[in-house]
Structure formats: structure tokens, C-alpha cells
Design a protein around this ligand. Structure first.
Ligand code: HEC
Length: 140
């Protein structure tokens, strides 16, 4: 009986995966609102390690090695206090943000970084979060 139960669970998972793949193929440009409500890689050690490498390679120049918003390229947001939730994080990273009268702009990373890489970066930066920040959950 247990065997059969596991088989059914597996079949459902595989079917779900295939349906998901089909959907992704039909709509190559996934809207940001389709980001999962919570970071699926939150707390995943391997993801945090990968995310740290990406963060230091491409984000730290503006947001600072400590994510405090003080990078070589002038002031960007202090990511340790980011509290808008996972969906907004993914959306901002994909679309970027143009801030008037600011030397540094948040570049759009959609099409440069995969969703997976953005989630990995999130899994890393949330480890630097201060009290009251919201990195991994739904919007407040
Ligand atoms: C060229 C400089 C630059 C780079 C590189 C950069 N950012 Fe930004 N980022 C900014 C600026 C400027 C803002 C806007 C700050 C504001 O709105 O006051 C911003 C905003 C953000 C925000 C929104 C913060 C908030 O409170 O709403 C997030 C999240 C973010 N960046 C994450 C990242 C991540 C992750 C990376 C690396 C993939 C990255 N940024 C790379 C400059 C940069």
C-alpha cells in the first residue's frame, strides 16, 4: 500500500512538473507577479553559497559587501532592511529601478540572471537581514 501511495505522489509530481514546463514554454516572459510568494531556496545552504558569489560579483559594487547600501558606486538601498517581501524583491531585481537625481541606478537583471539565480541571491542576502526586514515572505 505504501509503495502504491508513493507511486501516486511521484506521478502527480512529474505531471505537475511537465505542466509547469509546458506553461513556461508557452509564456517565455514570465510576469514578476508569478514569482512564488516565498523564496523556495530560503535556508538552502548550497543556494546561499551560490547566491553569495553572485551577490559579491554583481550587486556589492553598489549595495556594498555588507549589503548596507554603501558600495563603491555610491549610495544604493540598504538591503539589510528590505521589507517589501519576496515578490517585490524578485520584481525589483528583474525590472531595475530608475531613481531620479541618483548617480547609481538599479539595473534590470531580467534576462541576465535566471529566476534560480535571483532566488539564490535572495537566500544569501536574507542571512544579512536585520530585525523587521522581510526577504523571504509574502508582502506585508
Ligand atoms: C549600478 C548599481 C546597482 C547594482 C549593480 C545593483 N543595484 Fe540594486 N539598487 C540600486 C539603486 C540605486 C537602488 C534604488 C535605491 C532606492 O530606491 O532608493 C537599488 C534598489 C534595489 C532593491 C530595492 C530596495 C528597496 O528597498 O526597495 C533591491 C532589492 C536591490 N536593489 C537588489 C539588488 C541586487 C540583488 C543586485 C545584484 C543582482 C543589485 N541590486 C545590483 C543600485 C544597484
Amino acid at each position: 500500500m505504501r509503495r502504491i501511495g508513493q507511486g501516486i505522489v511521484l506521478a502527480v509530481l512529474v505531471a505537475g512538473f511537465l505542466i509547469d514546463l509546458g506553461g513556461a514554454r508557452a509564456r517565455p516572459a514570465r510576469a514578476e507577479s508569478e514569482a512564488p510568494a516565498t523564496n523556495p531556496l530560503s535556508g538552502n545552504q548550497a543556494a546561499m553559497k551560490e547566491g553569495r558569489s553572485w551577490y559579491l560579483a554583481i550587486c556589492a559594487i553598489c549595495h556594498g559587501v555588507e549589503a548596507d547600501g554603501v558600495g563603491e558606486r555610491g549610495a544604493a538601498a540598504d538591503l539589510r532592511v528590505f521589507n517589501k517581501g519576496f515578490g517585490k524583491f524578485v520584481e525589483t531585481v528583474k525590472n531595475g529601478r530608475d531613481v531620479p537625481n541618483r548617480t547609481a541606478k538599479m539595473p534590470p537583471w531580467g534576462g541576465v540572471l535566471s529566476d534560480q539565480q535571483i532566488y539564490q541571491i535572495g537566500a544569501f542576502v536574507e542571512t544579512l537581514a536585520k530585525k523587521g526586514a522581510n526577504w523571504k515572505g509574502p508582502a506585508n
